[in-house]
Design a protein around this ligand. Structure first.
Ligand SMILES: [Zn+2]
Length: 97
C-alpha cells in the first residue's frame, strides 16, 4: 500500500486489543510513495533510508532477528498440552505475527 506519510508505519498495532478478530482486520504496512511529488516527503524518505542503512542500524536489525530466532528456539514445549495453550511475547502480538 502506498501512502505519503514520509515514514513507514504499521497500522496493525491499532488492532492490538482485537486479536480475536485478527482475521477480520488483516495487517497492512503503510509505506511512503517513492514517486511522491512532495519534495519534503522525498527528502524525509531519503533520510529514513539513510538512517536504516547505517552499520549500527543494520547491526541492530540483525541482533533483533537473532534474538527472535534464539527465543523461538528456546520456546518451552510441554509433553502434554491438551488445549494447545501457547505463551507468546507481547512484542510478537504487537508486530501482528
Ligand atoms: Zn509523500
Amino acid at each position: 500500500m502506498l501512502a505519503c506519510l514520509g515514514v513507514p508505519v504499521s497500522i496493525g498495532r491499532r488492532y492490538l486489543g482485537y486479536n480475536a478478530l485478527k482475521d477480520f482486520f488483516p495487517t497492512m504496512e503503510i509505506r511512503p510513495n517513492v514517486a511522491c511529488v512532495n519534495p519534503a516527503c522525498v527528502k524525509l524518505q531519503a533520510q529514513v533510508q539513510a538512517r536504516k542503512s547505517t552499520p549500527e542500524a543494520l547491526a541492530a536489525a540483525r541482533a533483533k532477528e537473532e534474538e527472535a530466532a534464539r527465543l523461538a528456539a528456546e520456546a518451552v514445549v510441554h509433553e502434554t498440552n491438551e488445549w494447545g495453550i501457547e505463551v507468546v511475547s507481547v512484542r510478537s502480538l504487537r508486530r501482528g505475527t
